[in-house]
Design a protein around this ligand. Structure first.
Ligand code: Y12
Ligand code: CO
Length: 177
């Protein structure tokens, strides 16, 4: 297993529309394992393959339990997802490993049902609400080349771009000092 580099905003690769997965082989399994290791090592709860530069329709989610810990047995692997039902609305302060240090409130469906395949290509359906529903929608957006910041209204988007410039400037000066 390996910790992979995460593609960060504003890298254009994050705008890629990911391709459907056809082969459920050891290469896919190795990628999913590496994605899991990468997500846990970087304190993430969700990660799409494009975030580690692999433009395929695969995402993983592991929500923390009430004790704040993430357990490997809760690891969800979702391949080729399609939204089959979505209801309600909910607001949540979202973050993304590709946009570190920036959090914004985003409106999403409150409950979703998703058809997908597991790592062996078996067809599954998952009904989710709460944080899991938010995470699924956030990660499925990545498969379409959409980031949570793309969903911000103009003024908040401008605030984000300004804040990003400040963070990048800070990082540059800490590297040279
Ligand atoms: C609700 C909202 C969004 C999601 C998508 C999954 N998002 C994450 O897993 C975000 C994790 C994250 C972790 C960070 O920490 C490090 O990079 C070490 C982070 O960076 C900072 O805070 C500096 C930003 C985001 C699921 C459910
Ligand atoms: Co993300």
């Amino acid at each position: 297993m390996a910790i992979l580099p995460i593609v960060k905003y504003p890298d254009k690769r994050l705008k890629t529309k990911s391709q459907k997965v056809w082969e459920f082989d050891e290469n896919l399994h190795a990628l999913l394992d590496d994605m899991y290791e990468t997500m846990i090592a970087t304190n993430g709860i969700g990660l799409a393959a494009i975030q580690v530069a692999k433009p395929i329709c695969a995402l993983i989610i592991t929500l923390p339990r009430e004790d704040g810990e993430q357990y490997e047995e809760d690891r969800l692997e979702i391949i080729n997802p399609t939204l089959i039902n979505a209801t309600g609305a909910s607001l949540y302060q979202e973050g993304c490993l590709s946009v570190p240090g920036f959090y914004e409130e985003i409106e999403r469906f409150a409950e979703v049902s998703v058809a997908y395949q597991n790592r062996f290509g078996e067809e599954k359906v998952l009904k989710a609400d709460g944080l899991l529903a938010i995470a699924i929608q956030h990660e499925m957006d990545h498969l379409n080349g959409v980031l949570f910041v793309d969903k911000l209204p103009l003024l908040r988007r401008k605030k984000f771009e300004k804040e990003l410039k400040r963070i990048q400037k800070e990082q540059k000066s800490s590297q040279t000092n």
